[in-house]
Design a protein around this ligand. Structure first.
Ligand code: URA
Length: 231
């Protein structure tokens, strides 16, 4: 972790204040004054601020059931940020691992561990996300093979990765994808001439949404562990 981030994690300093303290020479690592805020520090390093040994607060890993008309951003815009729903200290130091559109509901993972969220978001790690999709028109059937083969989305170079489509009812499907392009699910259905009318994320990797709308909980060790592998 970067030294400035470590300071924020272990004190009440903002990132700006942490940088100022480091540049002023108030911070030492293993007894040596370090003035470069991007210096990497490790768990076993002794980091001191004005001679006082610091200890980083543990990272937080949270599941949230996002309602509609809230946004997955750290700042309020047209709609309020979902982080308002999480009543913990420094909630706005957390970030969202894989955003949902304002009108999409369902599973959102929230953390302050950037490496962990990278393993969820990066297409390199093939993390499955399952969406329950309500459609304007009934499924014809050929969509299953087309989604499995990959689709050319408007404005994209290559094809989407193979996606799994399970039909629940004529106008309701479960779609599992391993990437998260902008508006991906809505754009995939647009390519096959249909339209998404409701969208709800139920699962990310082995983490299944099990909270009522607007509620949150800390993840279990097991849930966290599945995305620590490549960290
Ligand atoms: N795909 C979309 O189109 N929207 C979302 O919110 C998530 C996936």
């Amino acid at each position: 972790m970067r030294l400035d981030k470590f300071l924020c994690r272990s004190t009440d300093l903002t990132r700006k204040e942490a940088t100022a303290a480091i540049q002023a020479g108030d911070v030492s690592v293993n007894g040596e004054v370090i003035r470069v805020e991007r210096t990497q520090v490790h768990e076993n390093n002794q980091v001191c601020l004005n001679g006082e040994l610091l200890e980083a607060r543990p990272a937080r890993y949270i599941m949230l059931h996002k309602p509609a008309d809230m946004i997955c951003s750290n700042a309020d815009e047209l709609y309020p940020s979902v982080l308002h729903l999480i009543d913990v200290e420094r909630a706005f130091d957390l970030h969202i691992a894989g955003r949902l559109d304002a009108d999409t509901t369902g599973l959102v993972l929230v953390t302050d561990d950037g490496r962990w969220s990278f393993n969820i978001i990066s297409p390199r790690y093939d993390c499955e996300k399952t969406y329950r999709v309500g459609l304007r028109d009934p499924i014809r059937g050929d969509e299953i093979d087309r989604f499995a083969a990959g689709l050319k989305l408007q404005g994209e170079e290559g094809l989407t990765r193979p996606a799994r489509l399970e039909v629940v009812a004529p106008k309701e499907v479960l779609l599992t994808i391993t990437e998260g392009k902008f508006h991906q699910v809505k754009r995939m259905f647009k390519v096959v001439g249909n339209r998404v009318v409701t969208l709800h994320r139920e699962r990310i990797g082995g983490i299944q949404l099990d909270m009522p709308e607007g509620q949150w909980r800390y993840l279990t060790e097991e849930e966290i562990g599945q995305f620590l592998g490549n960290a």
